[in-house]
Design a protein around this ligand. Structure first.
Ligand SMILES: Nc1nc2c(ncn2[C@@H]2O[C@H](COP(=O)(O)OP(=O)(O)OP(=O)(O)O)[C@@H](O)[C@H]2O)c(=O)[nH]1
Ligand SMILES: [Mg+2]
Length: 294
């Protein structure tokens, strides 16, 4: 049996969470087209007969602007310690001035001192011949242990990445039971699905100031789950936008989140959402700790 820990790193929006979900075959990390979607480290486990790959999805590497950002930076740092392999994910649609940003981000990962596999993602969005110069330039930024172009969204060439990871793993124990897919409790996944819908249905800066807390989650005898959740935002004016005209926006967020939660739990869900204001919470340590950013 081969086994090992693999951290997934890269700049915001590169497709790290999409890739992890794709490898493990379940949506345990939320995905959106807004940067800084992932805020903590999330484990996803891929187990086959002779191999167990423990993936750790991390927040996108960026300069922190608040205490939440600083916490995210710490999550990236701790996730990259004591792993066997690092995946560095890049969106292949790079502007000239972005290579330098990739180089800087890679420099920060050097301390981990493990093989780094470059994942050139979103190849479904470009023509093959325009990919070669991108790969060539990226390969000059770091002494990568391997380079795999793929599409996390479409699934193209993801098997090749799994094979590449395996070649860098040693013999080892199966760390987790074969049916375990994540370390995220159901409550946390439910909260994240709700936050994902706010990211997708709201614009500009509002979603970045949103936190979701599950206040109650109870399975009734009938098998139905009763979930009560609070959506925190940073301003009274944001609260009005999240609720929307006649409550339409909140309803939309709720019904989409409910569908995802039902699919994940394999059960019917009754979901009730409340919107609350907590000014500047992204700089309030105590509040962040109570909602799970410890
Ligand atoms: N076309 C295409 N889009 C992709 C691919 N992989 C991811 N995306 C999209 O890219 C966006 C960002 O994906 P995420 O998986 O949230 O990216 P991330 O790197 O986890 O982002 P952060 O958590 O913010 O750091 C989403 O809109 C995805 O649907 C891909 O292979 N092809
Ligand atoms: Mg992510």
């Amino acid at each position: 049996m081969k086994s090992g820990f693999v951290a997934i790193c890269g700049r915001p929006n590169a497709g790290k969470s999409t890739l992890m979900n794709r490898i493990i075959g379940e949506k345990v990390a939320i995905v959106s087209n807004k940067p800084q979607t992932t805020r903590t480290k999330i484990m996803g486990v891929h187990t086959t007969e002779d191999c167990q790959i423990v993936l750790i999805d991390t927040p996108g590497i960026h300069k922190p602007h608040n205490k939440l950002g600083e916490k995210m930076e710490k999550y990236i740092y701790t996730a990259t310690q004591d792993v066997d392999v690092l995946l560095y994910v890049v969106d292949c649609n790079l502007y000239e001035n972005e290579y330098e940003k990739e180089r800087t981000a890679l420099e920060g990962l050097k301390k981990a001192d493990v093989p780094v596999i470059l994942v050139v993602n979103k190849v479904d969005t470009v023509a093959k011949n325009s990919l070669f110069p991108v790969i060539e330039k990226l390969s000059g930024l770091y002494d990568f242990a391997g380079i795999v172009p793929l599409s996390a969204r479409m699934g193209d060439n993801v098997d090749a990445l799994v094979d590449e990871i395996r070649t860098h793993l040693d013999e080892g124990p199966q760390f987790f039971p074969g049916d375990l897919i994540t370390d995220q409790p159901e409550r946390q996944i439910a909260a994240e699905y709700i936050r994902e819908k706010t990211l997708r249905l709201l614009n500009q800066e509002i979603p970045h100031g949103i936190a979701v807390e599950i206040e109650k989650m109870k399975k009734k005898d009938s098998g139905t789950y009763e979930i009560l959740a609070a959506i925190y935002c940073e301003r009274q004016s944001h609260k009005a936008i999240i609720i929307g005209r006649k409550g339409e926006k909140l309803k939309d967020i709720g019904s989409r989140a409910r569908q995802d939660i039902e699919r994940f739990l394999g059960a019917k869900v009754y979901l009730e959402l409340w919107v609350k204001v907590k000014e500047d919470w992204r700089n309030k340590e105590a509040f962040m700790n109570t909602i799970g950013f410890e």
